[in-house]
Design a protein around this ligand. Structure first.
Ligand code: FES
Ligand SMILES: [Fe+2]
Length: 400
């Protein structure tokens, strides 16, 4: 992998490109990322009394949901002879290993060792991790020490039709996805065949981006009248308002997290909140469910078919009626198309890339501070930061 060549200034840590995008245990970016809560699973995909193996930032864990419904994350392996705990049985809020029946509670404390004549269970424990279900996702804090306060996003708690989209695994480093938050000029090109209203496909936008208490705010004023405001929430989430694909809804709000599975794969967690309440929201959910039930479209498979030359980029539009998936498949082609870990030594950034450059500067500044033991910026949550947190506007209601 290429490394960014820097002259080492006195007392300054030397950061390689790998330091900025690798998130395994002990890595610099991994230490930084582990200071935050991350979504690790879609809540509806985990039934009560079931356990799953999960991999986040190159580490394996056991996720299970107690029979009463509470999710828990504990170590991947049993402390006895190391088999995978996710193959075991959930009992209440405990999990029992399938190999010799050791039982652990949700704090990781071993409670039973059925085959031992004199149990030494109280001396045995495995790691457990703070876990929280919220907005249809299961979040975990995978870092050291006490978990920071759980972040709530009040703009997504308001009444509306909340859609928790299926989680996808993309075969590329998470930073490529995060980088794209600053890449506004891709919209009129990558998504030109998508539903996005004529406002947002009307030509090249005027852009600006600034650092905010929660990360960055990017503005993109399209000639058609729509101003897209993208709020990036450190370290790997973004939220924005988009024209909606449905004729009867002017816009919807999005929230997306890009979580490293390992350095070569990232997990996509995506929420949509449509501005409907009560019966209208219920009917909307039914329509969406019916549409998705008849779809056989795989974003990853379709995107991969384009990247391997089996399909043309324009073919994507013919393969799905789900406009949300189409947009994502188009993004897949551009971002997975940069390679598994994009080689930034080969890039040629221009003025239109100012948003990307700003974000990378912030990222590098914080990681350098961590490497050198200096204080890090304490990021606020968007809704506590004041009226400058907005999600987007349009002066014209023109739709296609
Ligand atoms: S390996 Fe888990 S009980 Fe033996
Ligand atoms: Fe996009």
């Amino acid at each position: 992998m290429a490394s960014i060549k820097r002259k080492k200034k006195k007392g300054r840590a030397r950061l390689s490109f790998t330091d900025l995008v690798s998130t395994g245990p002990g890595t610099l970016a991994g230490r930084y990322m582990r200071m935050f809560w991350h979504p690790v699973y879609r809540a509806e995909d985990l039934a009560p009394g079931k356990a799953k193996p999960i991999r986040i930032m190159s580490e394996d864990f056991t996720l299970y949901r107690g029979t009463g419904g509470t999710p828990h994350v504990v170590a991947f392996r049993c402390a006895h002879r190391g088999t995978q705990l996710s193959a075991g049985w959930v009992e209440g809020d405990c999990i029992r290993c399938m190999y010799h029946g050791w039982l652990y509670d949700s704090t990781g404390q071993c409670l039973e060792q059925p085959a031992e004549q004199e149990s030494f269970a109280k001396k045995i424990s495995i790691r457990s991790y703070a876990t929280q279900e919220y907005l249809g996702l299961i979040f975990a804090y995978l870092g050291e020490g006490k978990a920071p306060p759980f972040p709530r996003y009040l703009h997504f708690e308001r009444e509306g039709g909340l859609e928790v989209l299926p989680v996808q695994v993309w075969p590329c480093n998470f930073f490529q996805r995060v980088d794209n938050n600053g890449d506004t000029f891709h919209v009129p090109f990558v998504h030109r065949g998508a539903y996005l209203s004529s406002d947002i496909r009307s030509g090249l936008p005027a852009i600006s981006k600034e650092e905010t208490p929660w990360g960055t705010t990017g503005y993109a004023a399209f000639p058609g009248g729509w101003t897209n405001v993208l709020q990036f929430v450190m370290p790997n989430a973004y939220t924005f308002r988009n024209p909606a694909p449905d004729k009867d809804i002017p816009w919807d709000d999005r929230f997306q997290w890009d979580v490293p599975l390992d350095d070569q794969h990232s997990l996509q967690f995506r929420l949509r909140l449509v501005p409907l309440t009560g019966e209208a929201a219920r009917q909307y959910r039914e329509r969406r469910a019916a549409l998705l039930a008849e779809e056989r479209f795989s974003i990853v498979d379709a995107g991969q078919a384009v990247l391997t030359g089996k399909l043309n980029f324009e073919d994507l539009e013919k393969l799905t009626n789900d406009k949300i998936s189409l947009i994502h498949a188009q993004d897949y082609v551009s971002q997975a198309g940069q390679g598994v870990i994009a080689d930034r030594s080969q890039e040629h950034l221009g003025r239109s890339d100012a948003g990307i450059i700003l974000f990378r500067k912030i990222w590098e500044r914080e990681l350098r501070a961590l490497a050198e033991g200096r204080p890090l910026k304490k990021w606020a949550l968007p809704q506590t930061a004041g009226p400058e947190f907005v999600l987007g506007t349009t002066d014209k209601a023109s739709r296609t």
